[in-house]
Design a protein around this ligand. Structure first.
Ligand SMILES: [Zn+2]
Length: 697
């Protein structure tokens, strides 16, 4: 989840390994998409319940550690009505959003505010002024639609398609594969060329989240297809197009053709399938139908001599459609997507129509989120680091950064000692793991260098123009990186987001300031509790750089499997016990946790907790004792406090790579120290005989 995640809420939020200390329900973050229907509406504060809490009196830690540690919280917390679950991360995101809006409103009222802070305030305030937007009606659309209407031939069409390209996707860090434009571009070091930034070309052109929505043969998808076609017609009608129904039918048929050329979500996640470098000559040969030189020139990418084509099938298929499908249909497709993407800054009728399809029909969200939340999302997206700087200045003191950096260094050291002791890894592989650890960049709180927004023009009263300019500005900023040396300290996530991310091509991790707060990090809490909470998350992310997925990228961020076959086999054998352990958890009589599906994340939890424990013991030296060990493990359990509705829990068990928080908490039963700290004995539900405790790292 990063600044590029346009329309993210419309997409099934399958969280990949690259992005993941976090829970799945990331839609609660500060950064829902600007023009997409925002995440579920107001999270009402959980109503306090009478604290009956007999929990700790009767429960033993060894029977149910999650309930023992979180008894008070579980007793007094209710899941807000508009959420499927509620926990530490969601409530922290909510709280952070409210703080940021207050900051922006204060800045707006401060006549002395200047520079980027003033722009942030103007952007937000202008987005909030619904009356002004209403009064302008469809006038802001006129210039864009006139340009589309003036397209006379396929050469002009190709230029228009190229000019619409944005840096709005990210297949590896944020795993965002969605763009409504014909293609999306991501700028990052080359898969085999860490010394140069390259443009990555990804498939695009659909309004619905994925090809499956166009092609799957079932009642729900068929119903959505009908409603989507009606939505296209409704948007065209609102913008004043005659014969909207006929046009919509053709636009929809074109998108079905595009969907047929698209790769599946699973194939998109396979980096080996994406490893295709094309020159302009390759585009001409492999993807005829479109003048690629003119296309790239219009996209401001005419100076690039090679592209990494993530979706070669779509490049071929979509170019052929540019050649084959009639000009009028393409022009209507362009017009519809322009209107659809700008709906958030158009009059209410557009906003409501967009929500009726993307919110209600597509995601089942009954109510549109409050305007301030959408305005905040839009501002976050338009000026991510400028908002982040305001937030950090107020809420993330330098001493917190220093403390966390020290903690990270200690955990990295502890992880290194564990690598040294691994008996299943070949010495040559171990040396490469050591090198990867040595060169790992861990960003804490906020970037070393802030982005400048000097070149972005924000005009009070022009919400539509601001959105267009911010979009172009962001793309120009990303494309400028094609002419600069890759910098491993570049961030992929803004500081105000409650999340964490692993950047495989940069051999880097980012821990934004917003997650470095209670219950994950509390400057006033005992150090042991912080190591148990945020320390375990830091360890979790570090370990992903060294597991079966991390093995695909070496210390320089090059796509190169540095494990031997034997290493991979040993790893698999060593993990079988953990698969069995999670398979044995049965939250429902008819449904067990899927140990295989959740293996990578469970392993990262285990490795992270173990490394954080070692680091805490090394950092506190002789001071460690039973009491501080209890603080460590309790801190871990607190960071996973959570309540999940049954329907949501069942869906997650089937589709989410992360275990439910309760079982993530149960990772503790694999650490000997937990038994000592809480005097856990045979016969208690979580007790594992020493030989059954899993040690992989
Ligand atoms: Zn993870």
């Amino acid at each position: 989840m990063n600044n590029n995640t346009r329309h993210r809420t419309a997409i099934a939020l399958a969280v990949q390994w690259a992005l993941c200390a976090a829970l799945t329900p990331l839609a609660a973050g500060a950064q829902t998409a600007e023009k997409a229907p925002a995440a579920p509406a107001q999270a009402a504060q959980p109503a306090p319940q009478p604290a009956s809490q007999p929990a700790q009196a009767t429960l033993r830690p060894g029977d149910d550690f999650f309930a023992w540690a979180n008894g008070d919280w579980l007793a007094k917390t209710e899941i807000p009505a508009d959420r499927g679950s509620w926990g530490a991360m969601a409530s922290l995101a909510e709280e952070t959003n409210q703080r940021i809006v207050k900051l922006i409103e204060d800045t707006a009222g401060d006549k002395a505010a200047a520079g980027d802070a003033r722009k942030v305030a103007d952007y937000y305030t202008t987005y909030m002024d619904e009356a002004a937007i209403e009064q302008k009606g469809t006038a802001p659309l006129k210039a864009g639609l006139a340009k589309i209407a003036a397209i006379r031939d396929k050469a002009a069409l190709t230029r228009a398609l190229g000019a619409g390209i944005r840096a709005d996707v990210d297949p590896l860090n944020a795993t965002n594969f969605f763009t409504e434009n014909l293609f999306g571009v991501w700028v990052s070091p080359g898969l085999h060329d860490p010394a140069h930034n390259r443009p990555y070309l990804l498939q695009g052109g659909l309004g619905m989240p994925d090809r499956a929505y166009y092609l799957e043969n079932n009642e729900r998808m068929a119903g959505l297809r009908t409603q989507y076609q009606q939505h296209i017609a409704a948007m065209l009608k609102l913008a004043g197009f005659p014969d909207a129904d006929k046009r919509a039918a053709k636009v929809f048929a074109l998108e079905v053709d595009i969907a047929n050329a698209h790769a599946t979500r699973e194939a998109s996640a396979d980096v080996q399938k994406a490893d295709n470098t094309w020159t302009l000559k390759d585009f001409k040969q492999k993807a005829p139908g479109m003048d690629w030189a003119a296309f790239f020139k219009a996209a401001h990418l005419g100076d690039q001599d090679r592209f990494i084509v993530w979706h070669p099938g779509a490049a071929t298929g979509e170019a052929a459609l540019v050649g084959k499908i009639d000009l009028a249909t393409w022009k209507d497709w362009l017009a519809f997507h322009h209107i659809n993407q700008m709906a958030g800054v158009l009059p209410k009728a557009f906003v409501e129509q967009r929500f009726a399809f993307f919110g209600k029909a597509l995601t089942g969200t009954p109510q549109q989120s409050a305007r301030w939340k959408r305005a905040l999302s839009a501002t976050n997206e338009a000026m991510d680091e400028a908002v982040g700087k305001l937030y950090v200045d107020k809420y993330f003191p330098a001493e917190n950064k220093a403390r966390l950096q020290k903690m990270v260094a200690n955990i990295v050291d502890a992880f290194g000692r564990r690598i040294d002791k691994l008996d299943w890894m070949a010495p040559a592989t171990r040396a490469q793991a050591r090198e990867k650890l040595r060169t790992l960049y861990v960003g804490v709180g906020y970037p070393d260098k802030w982005k400048s927004y000097t070149a972005l023009k924000v005009v009070p009263g022009d919400a539509f123009g601001n959105a267009l300019r911010a979009d172009e500005f962001h793309t120009a900023q990303e494309f400028a990186r094609l002419h600069a040396k890759p910098d491993r300290t570049d961030w992929a996530m803004p500081p105000q987001l409650v999340n964490a991310v692993n950047l495989p091509l940069q051999n880097a991790l980012n821990f934004p300031a917003a997650i470095l707060q209670p219950p994950f990090f509390d400057p006033k809490a005992p150090e042991a509790a912080n190591y148990g909470a945020i320390g375990a998350i830091i360890g979790h992310e570090i370990s992903h750089s060294f597991d079966d997925q991390g093995a695909l990228f070496d210390a320089q961020g090059r796509l190169r499997d540095w494990w031997t076959k034997a290493d991979a086999e040993h790893f698999k054998a060593a993990t079988a016990k953990l698969v069995a352990q999670y398979n044995s958890y049965k939250p429902f009589n008819d449904l067990a946790v899927n140990g295989q599906l959740t293996l990578s994340e469970n392993l990262a939890d285990l490795a992270g907790l173990a490394a954080a424990y070692d680091a805490y013991r090394a950092a506190t030296g002789a001071g460690a004792n039973q009491e501080s060990d209890r603080q460590f493990f309790t801190g871990y359990a607190h960071s996973w406090r959570d309540k999940t509705r049954e329907a949501t829990a069942r869906r997650r068990i089937l589709t989410d790579g992360h275990s439910l928080p309760e079982y993530r908490t149960d990772t503790v039963r694999n650490l000997d120290a937990w038994y000592k700290a809480f005097d856990v004995q045979p016969g208690q539900a979580l007790y594992l005989a020493p030989e059954d405790r899993v040690r992989v790292w």
